[in-house]
Design a protein. Structure first.
Lengths: 554, 414
């Protein structure tokens, strides 16, 4: 299975590193067993090889837009994600750490997010540089008591106080809980009079590299929302540990990173980021908002991959409320724009009819009632999002569905909105959007999960869609058991198909002594035809019973 | 994007090195674990590492973005920049060096100077000192000095019934010194006073076969043709601007009323008053995704006690901002009335369409304005920009002397 995919990749003119790509879900060589003894792996040790001194990857925002809009880079074939393990999950790696949906998370843990400190209380700041990129005004500064740690400080706009900083806080908390690497973010309240400029502070702008001045600082605060006490609410992003080495793209691999062997468009956590981006309306999810950091660990260097910059998620466009088009159409989308243009505007896109009402300024513009997850769009496409298959979306939707109402309210609470209407509205919107995602993407595949075969031969499993309240229980489950020849990678069917109405069944007696067994299950539900696609679970007999070693969804 | 070196290796693999690679791979015993298999694959990639080499186009764009060269060239906060735009209606495409310093008086004032010329030999030297916000933003002021030469200004005679064949040209040179100051009554309303001293001077025009104005008209047909005084002008203006979200408005209005007195400083023949009214209303349709933009504007002049309005300071009609199927300065007289309507619709976030209708006229006596004498046109336009501004406009206007006119401009119609 996997070697065939690799040959197929070769036909797509991918470099030899891609030819060498293994699939965690299966053997890379036809000569290998279907399951190795260490399958399923929980951790992809992609930090073991020393990354040396990679050159920073500089990206052009314009080129990224043009390339992704017109050139369709990367491998476009709809193949199974390559970095999933044999049970169809994403192992922990330098990209991703399994958190919500994989293990219980307390509200305190969700609320804490990636933050190193519980609270950041710095009275006086020293500006050390201007902010080189981004739409949100700000500067880089240090705490004079801890000059080794740099923070990037950003303000809110006059028209939408607390909007961009709030969005950044919520995005950070949720993306962290989902499993991504994100930098620490803190809300701080800054007295302009207590910000001074460091002796070596510089800024690079249209005039080139020059000294950072009081006027530059005034420009940041001049158009910024101010609190009643005269201070400015700002977002302080703590620089991640390590050395920045650029951004990662949503396709290909870093040619200078030995650990980066899975084409990014075939990484599940990047494909399924489309689910999370849709949930949070992260329409700015593009390469420029990612971060690669070169981290040193015990003398060895490796690249750690971050999601970055959530200031324009939810209803925020950073300085303004989001455009009504946001999330509904790409910046350049031929069909509807041609219709609008050719009809002299008589053709009205559905999103143009949405009435947002009078939303709190801190919210910007977002809604949950007309949210269609499958139709959601970022500002422009990327190959990983385009490659997302139903199984990737299901994996992502399970994590979204794992956020309880309380968890969502906890995440929104970190935005510390002064207007309680903003808290209530955003919490409600995220709940509605979560439920819409569950309805669409938990039902796009056969949604059975958590297979277990106990020593007595009792098989149990769960229906993720039913558990999430996205569907009524199935009418039944049709099971076909098989004996698996692990070395050959073949399965011999044992007995006929049996149907059960509960999420449990019994292993046929003739398979009790087998080394590997499989069960293919179709879920039967009149409203969800996708459930009928069989999935196959594989079990390996161990000394104490059976271990689930494989899961394949069709 | 595939690194070049990697692509070369890939080709080599295709043409025959694959068996060798396979043999090398086969020389190792089969991996005994998933982790071992992955480790081997990564070890193999470690032998092929190469820094990312952006394609040439990306390198160029990175260079431009990193250096901020587009902003640095076209719109620098301070320093020299290339001025591109229009000097005056009818001048044609203009360009020249500009200099801007927004850092005067600790950032409270800006100085802007340009020296621009056009392919029609128009040129201008212009310098402004702008203080946008004084007294906590309640006051504003500016000072301006300019020198200009407009060698091919058109004159077709006075009134709405002139014909294209009567076109003449004159050369208008002018020096202007002045300034304005005002009070910001609210975020959306200002009242102010402008004072300007100007020295307009006419000479015979030179535009190919087009005769000079002096050859076809005399001072009775074109008051001020024979002699031009200096003028000291006082103007009081009131503006209300609540367009949203910006000049390419989706809703709101922009209303200006101004009264100016032009004082003849030399000849005691050309002192006159001028009223200017410009009313623009933007009606949002479908939550701003469609807009009906309406404009009514009038300029009325009055000279009493034997004084006259010089023809070169009379209101005029035509050009890309008024009845656009006619060229700039096409109709001229003591009073001007303009009515415009545009239906604008959003195609893309930065692209819109427009259907427009213009009507207007000039008359020597304001009582002579009647609907049937209005000059009209209609047409279709495409606008590149955002709600905060239009940076490129193409209009195809039907009507006028030649039946149609195609316009390409860097500003909105209104």
């Amino acid at each position: 299975m996997c070697s065939e995919r690799l040959r197929s990749l070769a036909r797509r003119r991918l470099p030899p590193t891609a030819l060498a790509i293994a699939c965690l879900a299966g053997a890379a060589s036809g000569a290998g067993p279907k399951f190795f003894p260490d399958d399923p792996i929980a951790v992809d040790r992609d930090t073991l090889l020393d990354a040396g001194s990679p050159h920073p990857v500089e990206l052009s925002e314009a080129y990224d837009f043009i390339e992704n809009t017109y050139a369709s880079p990367g491998d476009a074939r709809q193949i199974r994600a390559l970095n999933v393990n044999t049970i169809d999950e994403v192992p922990d790696s330098s990209w991703f750490t399994n958190r919500i949906g994989s293990r219980p998370m307390t509200m305190a843990e969700i609320a804490r997010g990636p933050d190193k400190f519980e609270k950041l209380e710095i009275d006086e700041w020293v500006a050390v540089a201007g902010k080189p990129t981004g739409f949100q005004p700000g500067f880089r500064a240090i705490d004079p008591k801890n000059p080794g740690q740099i923070y990037q400080l950003e303000v809110d706009s006059l028209s939408n106080p607390e909007m961009a900083t709030g969005a950044e806080m919520i995005g950070t908390i949720i993306y962290h809980a989902l499993g991504y690497n994100v930098v620490d973010n803190y809300l701080v309240y800054v007295d302009r009079a207590k910000v001074r400029i460091g002796p070596n502070a510089t800024i690079k702008d249209a005039r080139g590299r020059r000294r950072y001045t009081e006027r530059d600082l005034d420009d940041v605060f001049r158009l910024s929302a101010r609190q009643a006490d005269g201070r400015y609410r700002m977002l302080a992003s703590r620089f991640a540990e390590g050395t920045p080495v650029g951004n990662f793209r949503y396709f290909g691999t870093r040619s200078d990173d030995p650990n980066d062997i899975f084409p990014h468009e075939h990484r599940r956590e990047l494909r399924a980021n489309r689910v999370f981006a849709a949930w949070l309306n992260h329409d700015d999810s593009r390469a420029i908002n990612t971060l690669d950091m070169l981290v040193t660990d015990g003398g060895r260097k490796y690249i750690k991959h971050y999601m970055f910059d959530f200031g324009s998620i939810l209803g925020s466009a950073t300085r303004f409320a989001d455009d009504p088009r946001s999330g509904h159409e790409y910046l350049l989308e031929g069909g509807p724009s041609v219709k609008r243009g050719a009809s002299f505007g008589l053709y009205v896109s559905p999103w143009q009819k949405i009435d947002y009402g009078d939303l709190p300024p801190a919210v910007g513009r977002i809604q949950g009632d007309y949210f269609d997850p499958a139709a959601w769009r970022a500002e422009y496409a990327n190959r990983a999002f385009l490659n997302m298959r139903p199984d990737d979306a299901f994996w992502g939707a399970r994590r979204v569905a794992a956020f309880t109402d309380d968890a969502i309210r906890t995440a929104v609470g970190r935005a510390a909105y002064s207007d309680p209407r903003a808290v209530d509205y955003l919490t409600g919107v995220l709940i509605k959007r979560r439920d819409a995602i569950a309805r669409v993407w938990l039902n796009g595949v056969n949604p059975l999960v958590n297979f277990a075969l106990d020593a007595g031969g009792t098989l149990t499993f769960e229906n993720a869609s039913v558990a999430a309240g996205a569907a009524t229980p199935a009418a039944g489950y049709a099971l076909s058991w098989g004996r698996v020849d692990n070395a050959a990678g073949t399965t011999e069917r044992v007995g006929g198909e049996v149907t059960v109405t509960e999420t449990r069944a019994t292993l046929p007696a003739e398979l009790a002594r087998a080394d590997y067994v499989s069960v293919a299950i179709r879920s039967l539900h009149p409203d969800h035809p996708a459930w009928a696609a069989p999935l196959t679970a594989y079990f390996r007999r161990e000394a104490n019973g059976w271990t689930t070693v494989g899961l394949e969804r069709e | 994007v595939i690194p070049r070196s990697a692509a070369l290796v890939f080709v080599a693999v295709l043409v025959g090195l694959a068996p060798a690679a396979a043999a090398q791979s086969d020389s190792q015993p089969p991996a005994q674990s998933r982790q071992e298999e992955l480790r081997r694959l990564r070890a193999r990639k470690a032998t092929e590492l190469a820094p990312y080499q952006p394609p040439k186009i990306e390198q160029g764009l990175i260079f431009l973005e990193e250096g901020g060269y587009i902003d640095r060239l076209l719109n620098p906060p301070s320093g020299f920049f290339p001025f591109i735009g229009g000097i005056t209606p009818g001048a044609g495409a203009s360009a020249g060096p500009g200099y801007r310093n927004r850092g005067l008086f600790n950032g409270r004032a800006a100085f802007i100077a340009i020296a621009a010329g056009s392919w029609r030999r128009y040129w201008t030297l212009d310098a402004q000192l702008i203080v946008p916000a004084l007294a906590g933003g309640w006051l504003f002021a500016d000072a301006r000095v300019s020198r200009s030469s407009y060698p091919e200004e058109d004159f077709f005679g006075l009134g709405p019934d002139t014909v294209r064949e009567d076109k003449t040209t004159y050369d208008l040179r002018n020096n202007r010194f002045g300034g304005s100051a005002g009070v910001r009554l609210a975020r959306w309303a200002v009242i102010g006073q402008r004072v300007e001293y100007s020295t307009p001077r006419l000479r015979g025009g030179a535009a190919g076969d087009v005769p000079s104005t002096g050859e076809q008209y005399d001072d009775a047909d074109a008051p001020g043709l024979d002699a031009q005084p200096d003028f000291l002008t006082y103007e009081t203006f009131l503006s209300v601007d609540y367009r949203a979200p910006g000049p390419n408005a989706r809703r709101g209005g922009y209303y200006t009323v101004a009264f100016a007195r032009f004082n003849d400083q030399d000849l005691d023949r050309y002192t006159f008053d001028r009223w200017t009214v410009d009313l623009q209303q933007y009606l949002s349709i479908l939550k701003g995704h469609r807009v009906l933009a309406l404009r009514a504007a009038a300029t009325l002049t009055e000279a009493s006690g034997g004084q006259q309005v010089p023809f070169y300071l009379m209101p005029w009609l035509g050009g890309s901002h008024m009845v656009r199927a006619y060229p700039s300065l096409r109709f001229r007289d003591r009073n001007m009335l303009l009515l415009q309507a545009e239906y604008r619709w959003e195609v893309l976030p930065f692209l819109g369409g427009a259907l427009f209708f213009d009507a207007g006229s000039v008359e020597s006596d304001r009582d002579d304005f009647v609907l049937r004498r209005l000059k009209t046109d209609y047409g279709l336009g495409i606008r590149w920009g955002t709600p905060r501004g239009v940076f490129l406009r193409t209009d195809f206007a039907i009507g006028g002397d030649s039946g149609f006119r195609f316009l390409l401009r860097t500003s909105n119609a209104f």
